[in-house]
Design a binder for this molecule. Structure first.
Ligand code: NI
Length: 228
């Protein structure tokens, strides 16, 4: 499932992030790439654990913790601390698959995170740059993603993806991975669809007794499938 989640960050939060990122010390993005993807990767990245990355990463995580659509779609068990990257001057990232397991260095490198889901949070407005589309090979075909600043795309960590060359301006984004309580993408999609339906019914027919039964089915399926 590929999901566009709007307004994860407010315009003020995007502006604050950009003010800090535009004056930050960037490094070569290849430092976090695996052996294969290092060959395809050409961008700049904030060093993991740098003060700006930590501060803005905390802001992103805090925003996600208040976003019910994100929680419902990802059912996150562990989120890797958000990273930040920047593309300009023709930079791109060719087709690759992200590493299956990441070790969270903020926890001493001891905590493995299986990358069930990948996320990109756009921090540049689409008008600021040409190119820079995130191209994702989904089960439904190839998707091209370029979102307003503050919006996020969530997609399966297993998918092949790339970023097309940024031929004008600068594309700044946050990206991160998460391990879900539901390993299976199909299970996650079903649970998300059921949750969306339950929310609509809760709005439209809040007193209907079947709502309690349906909510019970949701939780009992989650109990059946969740790894916690
Ligand atoms: Ni990637």
């Amino acid at each position: 499932m590929l999901l566009h989640i709007p307004d994860v960050l407010s315009a003020a939060q995007v502006a604050q992030a950009r003010a800090q990122l535009d004056t930050a010390d960037w490094a070569d993005g290849r430092v976090t790439a695996g052996h294969q993807s290092a060959k395809a990767k050409d961008n700049a990245q904030l060093p993991e654990g740098s003060p700006v990355a930590r501060e803005l990463g905390a802001m992103v995580l805090e925003a996600l913790s208040r976003n019910s659509t994100f929680f419902s779609a990802a059912l996150p068990k562990r989120i890797y601390p958000p990273l930040f990257n920047r593309y300009s001057g023709g930079q791109s990232f060719g087709y690759h698959v992200d590493n299956a397991v990441r070790y969270d260095r903020s926890l001493g490198g001891a905590e493995p995170v299986r990358t069930d889901l990948s996320a990109t949070l756009f921090l540049s407005a689409p008008e600021e740059y040409d190119g820079g589309e995130l191209i994702i090979e989904d089960t439904f075909g190839t998707q091209s993603v370029k979102l307003p600043a503050g919006h996020l795309v969530l997609y399966p960590g297993s998918s092949l993806h790339r970023v097309t060359p940024v031929t004008r301006g600068t594309r700044v984004a946050s990206f991160f991975w998460m391990q879900s309580m539901l390993r299976d993408d199909g299970h996650r999609r079903l649970m998300f669809q059921m949750d969306v339906a339950i929310r609509r019914l809760t709005q439209d027919v809040p007193e209907h007794p079947a709502l309690v039964q349906l909510t019970g089915v949701y939780h009992n399926l989650l109990r059946e499938w969740a790894e916690v």
